[in-house]
Design a protein around this ligand. Structure first.
Ligand SMILES: Cc1cc2nc3c(=O)[nH]c(=O)nc-3n(C[C@H](O)[C@H](O)[C@H](O)COP(=O)(O)OP(=O)(O)OC[C@H]3O[C@@H](n4cnc5c(N)ncnc54)[C@H](O)[C@@H]3O)c2cc1C
Length: 312
């Protein structure tokens, strides 16, 4: 079904969120001649970093550079319209779904792809000074930033379950101190780490000491400072960036302790016409996988629409 909104747009698919997931979905949908609109608030989760890694051909690019290239490449498709803005409300309507933007305009569509990612809530970590270093020298993902800090003196921040993370971090450095920030770990867990020269500090952390975003030391409650160059956080501190899927009746589920929207690998949720891709679905896709998910979802939608048109 083709629908018209109060901006005068005819669209087959509305994509909310323009990170790698949403923009890749737009590329595939637009190239398949679907009238596609992307609404993007332009605040990707990794915006705090200066360089993103692991996206082949764009390794080391600034996150906003990735967005600019994506916007430029989509511009040549007259099937794709890009709107910088934020979707704030959504509801089911007679013709499908209505999505309201912050500027008061409304878009109607019978297929909506939610690619809104996640929002970090760093205060959840209870680490004073984390805002200064997060994305600069302390990170959530060793695959993304471990190489740049290999063989450095690393801090790993995490409580229960951190022992699953530490062997991974050892790929990049053997000089590791684990800070549980007050959590008492099982003594056998501590012994297993100590036997592998990983020190475990269970005292409360009073602050992360840094200069210009570069971690220098972790200060404990008693004032003692332990020198560290960089670090990784194990505990997830993110939440879904938008509640749009929930408003449309999409269920949530838990993946690695993170609350995410329940959708299959093609992004299809239990609510017909609503798809969720990228971090909003997985918790942490990474740029390459997010792009792949967006692409796969759009292909799935193109197949669906082709069948509908064939049988109409
Ligand atoms: C500090 C840090 C560093 C990272 N470094 C790397 C790295 O080096 N390599 C790597 O592969 N991965 C990295 N990641 C992970 C990566 O950022 C995510 O996995 C990836 O961005 C997910 O893509 P996405 O498209 O799902 O979401 P995002 O890239 O987060 O994009 C979501 C978009 O939706 C928009 N949006 C949200 N709500 C709305 C709304 N209501 N209306 C309109 N738009 C909305 C946002 O503003 C944003 O532009 C890092 C993550 C963090 C936190």
């Amino acid at each position: 079904m083709q629908t018209t909104d109060d901006r005068g747009l005819d669209l087959d698919v509305l994509i909310v969120g323009g990170g790698p997931a949403g923009m890749s979905a737009a590329l595939v949908a637009g190239r398949a001649s679907l009238r596609t609109v992307v609404v993007n608030a332009e605040a990707p989760r990794n915006a705090v970093t200066t360089a993103s890694h692991g996206f082949l051909t764009r390794d080391g690019a600034h996150p906003m550079e990735l967005l600019e290239i994506a916007k430029e490449q989509l511009q040549k498709y007259d099937t794709v319209q890009y709107i910088e803005g934020k979707a704030i409300e959504t509801r089911k309507s007679e013709s499908g779904f209505e999505v309201e933007l912050e500027d008061g305009s409304r878009l109607t569509t019978d297929r909506v792809v939610v690619a809104t990612g996640r929002r970090n809530e760093l205060e959840q970590l209870g680490l004073s000074g984390i805002e200064d270093v997060y994305g600069n020298s302390v990170y959530p993902c060793p695959f993304c930033d471990g190489y740049e800090h290999r063989n450095e003196a690393l801090a790993v921040f995490g409580g229960e379950g951190v022992e699953e993370f530490v062997p991974l971090i050892r790929n990049w450095s053997t000089d590791i101190v684990v800070f549980t920030n007050g959590t008492k770990l099982d003594s056998s867990t501590v012994s297993a780490m100590n036997e592998r020269d990983v020190r475990v500090v269970e005292e409360q952390v009073s602050q992360l000491v840094s200069t210009d975003g570069v971690l220098e030391a972790v200060e404990l409650e008693d004032g003692k400072r332990i020198q560290r160059d960089s670090g990784f956080v194990f505990d997830d501190c993110s939440v879904p960036a938008s509640s749009l899927p929930e408003k449309l009746g999409v269920e949530t589920t838990t993946v690695w302790g993170m609350e995410v929207y329940d959708a299959d690998e093609s992004g299809q949720t239990d609510v017909p016409g609503v798809y969720v891709v990228g971090d909003a679905r997985t918790g942490f896709s990474g740029l390459m996988n997010a792009a792949s998910e967006g692409s796969e979802c759009a292909e799935h939608i193109v197949h669906e629409i082709a069948q509908e048109r064939w049988h109409a």
